[in-house]
Design a protein around this ligand. Sequence first.
Ligand code: DGP
Length: 113
Amino acid sequence: MADCIFCKIASGEINAKVVYDDADVVAFLDLNPQAPTHALIVPRRHIDRLTAATEADAELLGKLQLAAAKVAKVLKVEGAFRLVTNNGKGAGQSVDHLHYHLLGGRKLLWPPG
Ligand code: DGP
């Protein structure tokens, strides 16, 4: 997508602190961290949000979760972390490219608010 910031990060057009990448997935540190460890895991292929995914994306969605587990290990928070996606503006989604927040490094409260 031409004007998508996460597409540009995935293609290398915009710099980010990449902590993991493979053929389908890129993970990088969040610009505005909400925890000592805060990474974003995104598919290289543009999908607006989880509810825009289709059956054709099933394998990719699985890869995102497996990549998230690898990112947690890379960032040494595999023992305790939260993986969350904000789907839609009302849920706090500000970038329209599917992404999972991986948060860790501090006590994570529930419910999250
Ligand atoms: P959300 O609000 O769920 O759509 O999360 C978007 C996150 O993306 C937010 O925590 C800040 C982060 N973010 C926005 N622009 C950039 C950027 O250019 N680089 C990086 N690393 N993170 C960004």
